[in-house]
Design a protein around this ligand. Sequence first.
Ligand SMILES: Cc1cc2nc3c(=O)[nH]c(=O)nc-3n(C[C@H](O)[C@H](O)[C@H](O)COP(=O)(O)OP(=O)(O)OC[C@H]3O[C@@H](n4cnc5c(N)ncnc54)[C@H](O)[C@@H]3O)c2cc1C
Length: 373
Amino acid sequence: MPSPTSAAEKLLLQMVDDYTEREISPEDMPMDAAGDFPAGFIQKLTDTGFLGLMLPQEFGGAGFGPEVTAAALNHIARGNASTAVTLEGHFKTIDQILKFGTPALQQELLPSANDRIFAFSMTEASGGSNPMGIGSTATREGDHWVLNGDKIMITNGGLAQVYCVLVKTAPHELSVFVVDQDMPGFSFGKREDFIGLRGTPVGEIVMDHIIVDNDHLLGKVGDGGRIGDSAHDDARILMGAVLTGIMEHDLKIATDYAKERKAGDQPLTALQVTHRKVADIAMRKETTKLLFEKAAQLKANGQPYSEEAAMAKAYGSRVAVAAGDDTLQILAGYGYSREYPVEHLIRDARAMEIAEGTVEKMRSAIATAEFNK
Ligand SMILES: Cc1cc2nc3c(=O)[nH]c(=O)nc-3n(C[C@H](O)[C@H](O)[C@H](O)COP(=O)(O)OP(=O)(O)OC[C@H]3O[C@@H](n4cnc5c(N)ncnc54)[C@H](O)[C@@H]3O)c2cc1C
């Protein structure tokens, strides 16, 4: 397990728990109802240092590794999955700039990741599952590139200030560039009205003749597919952590309620039907936890983690929806009411069967990895 080993790691997770209980959890239901986060919320996260949690210390961050980063998002998601997913989108983008950015680009951008949010943009209206189907382009003009295109459904779209964008540099060649919202030609489009994770802004960005230097290219021309896959891998570990947090939240609601609620003259805890539901929620939660922790550990050790990351998200998203459904059934009429958080935990979990690659695509990836063994 990636249990914190150093005093700094333990302190971090304690601080995350305290802050989540005090500032983040109370906003969970209001954020879901409003479809937004309250004014000043992101500034408070920034001031607390959360944006720089996994950013190396040379760029002014706290420099925590993959295991503790995933654990921190897991703890936040116990109280508010939307906030954890906003951080997931930010961290996976930083990771790609660390892996594929030139030292000059890293120096230019990464110190600002302590107080500016980053996002990774691949999906377009033509379909998210097929990167080769995108229409965005980067065209070489002298020693610059000119970017055009339209990205939709981007986590933190409209909130983030820095975007990695997947574009075509030739008809069958994908590349990734980094653009800043301050660049001429950059604008925001529609914000999605999604049914879950409603405190995470997800929106459109438009690139209309944005001119960038060559050092805003990540990796080499043609590395876009590889970088996109890498972003997915990193994101999926963190989503496994978020899904575990959602199931921990379910479990707490289900057990607290079952201890209080009477069925006739005995509590719900005396019923075998309740045992079965609570045991299933606990087993799903624990299995997803083991999967994301294993993927994070492999990543920390410099070993391949793509398949395990896909399992954490694919398995975790499916069972988190089922765990929410069992929790709802224990609370019955109250579970079905918007006054209680259970129904929105199902909607939140459901997003992760789609975001960062659909469950169907991940099953293909997992099966392919098994065939190749
Ligand atoms: C909450 C949320 C956050 C998101 N954040 C981001 C983000 O930060 N950045 C970003 O770029 N995108 C983001 N997305 C978009 C997401 O990545 C896409 O929705 C996803 O990749 C699927 O694309 P699509 O919706 O166009 O569906 P399609 O690609 O049109 O797929 C339709 C259906 O066909 C299936 N399908 C398609 N192709 C295959 C295949 N080859 N094998 C098996 N099944 C297939 C899919 O599984 C799906 O069931 C986000 C989406 C959500 C819901």
